[in-house]
Design a protein around this ligand. Structure first.
Ligand SMILES: Nc1ncnc2c1ncn2[C@@H]1O[C@H](COP(=O)(O)OP(=O)(O)O)[C@@H](O)[C@H]1O
Ligand SMILES: [Mg+2]
Length: 251
């Protein structure tokens, strides 16, 4: 049985149906890649899975470890073990990276349990080193005036600190140079194991050279129109989305 099961999902946002008949099963230890045209609904799916407001599930179901997440609040879903790295993370002026992550970690903890600030900062610095992030970065306001690459690394930093069971990584490689892509990929690979699973949204096969996914899916017309292995991504780069009948923005 899948640890994440999306069954016949019908999803709407802004009064428009974005996904209809979308199904995907992710088993323990697996990494699935989702590719699809701009506007195909990848980020909407990611946000619906994290419980973001404005994304309405009109039909079907999304379960994690057999429990439906439909109708649950984002914090509740996060506590169930899912983490979403946003394609466009929002800035929160006045809230530092360190304090943001600390608050997210504390929200996951059992109420009243002690928090060791010294261990937290040590761990944060160690994870920042893995991601080749400057020491002073954690004191900056989160995503405020961050470069594209800094935003992506900051999303991955949060994942490494929160150690979720499941992650949805929405275009974490967009705007990254080759070295940064490799650093992010190594960090994702470090999370892999029987107790972790991920859905990775990407347009680029470069990331897949480092993060070897178990499956690649193409989304179009609100559902999955093709599934395969890494070779499907290579084919996509050659023939384009149109080949799969995967209509998106502008079609
Ligand atoms: N909150 C929203 N309100 C209205 N329309 C939305 C909202 N979120 C996404 N959409 C629309 O849904 C479609 C899919 O968007 P998105 O999920 O961001 O696609 P992708 O990530 O595949 O590029 C687009 O046409 C987008 O404008
Ligand atoms: Mg998107």
């Amino acid at each position: 049985m899948g640890v994440i099961e999306i069954k016949n999902l019908k999803l709407s946002a802004g009064g428009r149906v974005i996904l209809d008949g979308f199904s995907l099963e992710v088993c323990p230890g697996e990494v699935h890649v989702l590719a699809g045209k701009n506007g195909a609904g990848k980020s909407s799916l990611a946000k619906a899975m994290a419980g973001c407001p404005g994304y309405e599930i009109l039909g079907g179901d999304i379960t994690m470890d057999g429990t439906s997440i439909v109708g649950r609040q984002p914090d509740e879903i996060a506590r169930m073990g899912i983490f979403l790295a946003f394609q466009n993370p929002v800035a929160i002026p006045g809230v530092s990276v360190a304090n943001f992550i600390r608050a997210a970690l504390q929200a996951k903890m059992v109420k009243g349990s002690p928090f060791n600030a010294v261990d937290f900062y040590k761990n944060l610095q160690a994870k920042m080193e893995i991601l080749d992030i400057d020491k002073n970065f954690s004191a900056r306001s989160i995503n405020d005036e961050f470069s594209g690459g800094e935003k992506k690394r900051c999303e991955i930093l949060q994942m490494l600190m929160l150690e979720p069971k499941y992650a949805i990584l929405d275009e974490i490689d967009s705007g990254l140079d080759i070295d940064a892509t490799k650093i992010v990929a190594v960090a994702v690979n470090g999370m892999r194991g029987p107790n972790f699973a991920a859905i990775v949204v990407t347009h680029h096969s470069k990331l897949l050279e480092y993060v070897r996914p178990d499956f690649v899916h193409v989304i179009g017309d609100g559902k999955i129109v093709a599934s395969g292995g890494v070779e499907l991504m290579n084919k996509l780069e050659k023939v384009g989305y149109g080949f799969f009948g995967a209509a998106g923005e502008g079609e």
